[in-house]
Design a protein around this ligand. Structure first.
Ligand code: SF4
Length: 227
């Protein structure tokens, strides 16, 4: 597949200032992680797909990926382009990554600010990288950007803190719980399991069950990405 990827000049379709923030994630491999359980336990999250870009997290943020993530995306570009034909050019595929910091690239957006990997499935906006992973039977983390996998959770840049994205409550897929709970929303637990591993998520569930509001857990290896 690499042979069919042509690096055309990156198109800038959005302004960073028009965005709600930057979705970026750089996991360090080990160390303690402070978890804001109070924030994470305060919400439920259910993604059913948005109908309009204005309400969609795929249009609110500037999504950033590193070179390893780009390489993984390039591997599945032909499959993603079946859902997003605008990714194709006469000579191959458009370069939709723009370097914003050394080694960090923002994914281009369309005129509505929607990520170029988004597409309409019926009346809802969906992620072609997510669908591609499912269609090819690949683990999500082998295809989809880490920052998108983690949302609506957020990690500090040095990955010492795990909490809830500040803006998450402005999205309809997020609801604030009326009553205090010691159980994490199933989708958030799944996210933590995916990115931090089963042991970490099981420990976190236990800590939440004790009624803790904050906890510190230690991980030796956070992500186990296939190369
Ligand atoms: S990569 Fe997928 S989940 Fe992330 S912003 Fe783009 S369409 Fe949305």
């Amino acid at each position: 597949m690499a042979g069919t990827f042509s690096m055309a000049p990156s198109r800038t379709r959005s302004k960073v200032s028009a965005k709600g923030g930057r979705k970026r994630l750089r996991f360090k491999r080990q160390g303690p992680i402070h978890v804001n359980l109070a924030a994470i336990l305060s919400i439920d999250h259910t993604c059913r797909g948005c109908t309009r870009p204005e309400t969609c997290c795929c249009a609110r943020y500037e999504v950033c990926v590193d070179t390893a993530e780009i390489n993984r995306i390039i591997q599945v570009l032909p499959e993603a382009a079946k859902l997003c034909p605008h990714l194709k050019t006469a000579k191959g595929y458009d370069n939709v990554f723009e370097e914003v910091d050394p080694g960090l690239y923002a994914i281009d957006t369309d005129d509505d600010g929607l990520c170029v990997f988004a597409f309409m499935a019926g009346h809802t906006i969906r992620c072609s990288l997510h669908s591609t992973a499912l269609n090819l039977g690949l683990p999500l983390e082998k295809v989809k950007p880490q920052a998108c996998l983690l949302w609506p959770l957020s990690s500090s840049e040095n990955n010492e803190f795990l909490s809830l994205d500040n803006e998450s409550l402005s999205f309809r897929c997020i609801s604030r719980r009326r009553n205090p709970s010691r159980k994490l929303s199933p989708s958030l637990l799944e996210t933590i399991k995916l990115l931090y591993g089963e042991t970490f998520s099981a420990q976190l569930e236990k800590e939440a069950g004790k009624g803790l509001q904050h906890t510190k857990l230690y991980r030796k290896v956070l992500l186990n990405y296939p190369s």
